[in-house]
Ligand binder design. Structure first.
Ligand SMILES: C[S@@+](CC[C@H](N)C(=O)[O-])C[C@H]1O[C@@H](n2cnc3c(N)ncnc32)[C@H](O)[C@@H]1O
Length: 382
């Protein structure tokens, strides 16, 4: 007999990338997001899921159906190394407390989900000198949850460098085989180990090193996901190419020169960044040819847009990464419908979570936690 997938609540749902990763493992019976554009994208793809559009602080426990899992990719802007790092109590990342408020309400009704997955940037480990991480772990532990985390780089699965922190909490019996005695260098890198070592002793006792198998080697690279004949109007002018090259340090310029000399079709991923050199802040263009895209971000300003420098036959051309390519880098399914307009689509994708990473964690950790059965059994039965 095939059991129905357990139910899950998707908070901070965005375009529903977490939900895509959990497809078949969990059944979404409620989603919430405050952003009308994201909600439109979610509805477009998942019209059957009840989606509440609005501030998480306005939800009440009675609005939520019973569920085994709650997923919360809460906002990262106040925790990211790229921002002002105002922390877990700042207006945007503080939406976590809106989520926790609901969970406390559900706990009073004795129907809090037994498994929680919180996703954010690694900056959460170090913001406010580690105090934000410590207070989040303390909150979960006081709520009766066993807590651990894994850090996973999207590059394990898809050709994009995107390191994310997944805090997984569970209350109740732990199924066998999901806990390690010590940290695993792949999913528990030094930054996470150091943050855990800095926790107060009582919290270290509540800490769990979750066991996740290592995925097989990735078999795609950036070039394999790029459009070879994009529309003509995406290409920037030659003046823009020259300006970009002029913003490169000698090291980065040499990388492009090597690609030009090679002559074959090559694509390098470029980000503009402000760097301080000799006491002066200057804008630099940085290019990589390691087969990976840089971390996709929300295109809030020109500097956060990912560009591609494409060289062939000694000529260099420049264009932005397209939304369809970003969707491939995020591991979205081929039938995932993007919002109209490149900027809207890139914004939704840049805020998202990489689908195959969620799938791996869902299959090997969340589903076994929620059901006592491995996610592989589900895959085999489907
Ligand atoms: C990091 S994104 C999550 C993306 C999503 N997991 C995905 O993969 O598509 C954070 C989301 O939180 C939403 N958000 C921010 N503040 C909120 C609030 N107070 N209540 C509800 N949603 C909020 C944003 O609109 C954004 O879509």
């Amino acid at each position: 007999m095939v059991n129905a997938p357990p139910a899950f609540l998707e908070f901070f749902a965005g375009g529903g990338l977490a939900r895509q990763g959990l497809e078949g493992l969990f059944s979404p019976n409620f989603a919430n997001d405050i952003d009308p554009a994201k909600c439109a994208g979610y509805r477009l793809n998942f019209p059957g899921t009840p989606l509440h559009e609005g501030d998480i602080w306005n939800l009440r426990p009675g609005d939520l159906p019973p569920a085994a899992l709650a997923w919360a990719s809460f906002p990262c802007q106040d925790l990211s190394l790229a921002g002002a790092r105002r922390g877990l109590n700042a207006p945007r990342s503080g939406a976590f407390w809106g989520f926790w408020n609901l969970l406390e309400g559900l706990a009073e009704l004795e129907r809090a989900p037994a498994t929680l997955a919180l996703e954010n940037v690694p900056g959460l480990l170090s913001s406010h000198g580690g105090r934000d991480f410590s207070s989040l772990i303390a909150t979960l532990a006081e709520g009766g949850y066993r807590v651990g985390a894994v850090m996973a780089d999207a590059a394990l699965f898809s050709p994009q460098s995107r390191q994310r922190l997944f805090i997984i909490a569970h209350r109740g019996r732990l199924p066998q085989g999901l806990v390690r005695g010590d940290a695993d260098p792949v999913f528990h890198p030094q930054a996470l180990r150091s943050a855990v070592e800095a926790l107060p002793m009582d919290l270290r006792l509540a800490w769990t090193w979750w066991r996740l198998p290592h995925p097989p080697a990735r078999n795609t690279d950036l070039a394999s996901l790029l459009e070879r004949s994009p529309p003509d109007d995406v290409w920037r002018s030659y003046a823009a190419v020259r300006k970009l090259m002029g913003q490169m340090s000698p090291l980065h310029r040499a990388r492009v020169d090597a690609a030009l000399a090679d002559g074959s079709w090559r694509a390098g991923a470029v980000f503009r960044r402000t760097r301080t050199e000799n006491g002066r802040r200057i804008q630099r263009a940085e290019v990589r040819y390691d087969g990976l895209a840089g971390c996709l971000r929300t295109p809030a300003g020109g500097s956060s847009k990912q560009l591609l420098i494409v060289t062939e036959g000694g000529e260099a051309r420049l264009r932005p990464l397209l939304a369809v390519e970003a969707a491939r880098l995020m591991g979205c399914s081929g039938d995932y419908a993007l919002p109209k307009g490149e900027t809207a689509a890139l914004k939704m994708l840049g805020d998202g979570v990489c689908v195959p990473v969620v799938r791996w964690i869902g299959e090997h950790l969340l589903h076994p936690l929620a059901t006592g059965r491995s996610g592989r059994e589900v895959g085999a039965a489907a």
